[in-house]
Design a protein around this ligand. Structure first.
Ligand SMILES: [Zn+2]
Length: 178
């Protein structure tokens, strides 16, 4: 191992520990907050990467491609009040939630995720659908999927670059008639 590799391994362990502590905190928080369904993510690229990642991960894990639903904190400033009225309050959980699984082969993702974060969280939740509540396994799967499908940095690479180009092409075609 080079020292760079060692540093990366230590960093990954710290991040995983922090994540696990966060999960415990969320589970133990009896004073959770309300979340509402959002019709979409804030950023169209987030929708594209989440749906394509869900497709990819489902195939990889041997499960049916899940339905992707979006949510926001019910009192979020990103939310128009009329939407909360329309969709109501969907579920009550600890604050800071970025993703969840639901019965009926559904994954819920936070509507404010960046496209790159959506790859991690969508893969993470698919892993939960495939193999249950093991947080370490889901954490590793999400991070690895992000590395494989997007690359190590914010600059988009890999399969995600193709998906985003295709997604934008579809939008251009749909809007060019107006
Ligand atoms: Zn999880």
């Amino acid at each position: 191992m080079t020292s760079d590799d060692e540093l990366l391994a230590i960093q990954a362990n710290i991040e995983r520990t922090r994540f696990n502590l966060e999960s415990v905190r969320i589970r133990d928080d009896v004073n959770g907050i309300w979340y509402s369904r959002s019709p979409s993510a804030k950023d169209f690229d987030t929708v594209v990467t989440a749906m394509k990642t869900a497709e990819w991960a489902a195939k990889d894990l041997g499960i049916q491609t899940p339905e992707v639903k979006w949510f926001l904190e019910s009192d979020s400033e990103l939310f128009e009040p009329s939407l909360v009225q329309r969709f109501g309050k969907a579920f009550h959980r600890g604050p800071g939630l970025v993703g969840a699984v639901d019965v009926g082969n559904v994954i819920w993702l936070h509507a404010g995720l960046t496209p790159r974060q959506a790859v991690d969280v969508a893969a993470h939740e698919c892993k939960h659908l495939a193999s249950g509540g093991d947080e370490d396994a889901a954490f590793d799967y999400g991070k690895l999927a992000q590395l494989r499908l997007w690359g190590p940095l914010e600059a988009v690479g890999g399969s995600a670059a193709v998906w985003l180009t295709q997604g934008r092409e579809v939008i251009r075609e749909k809007t060019s008639g107006f």
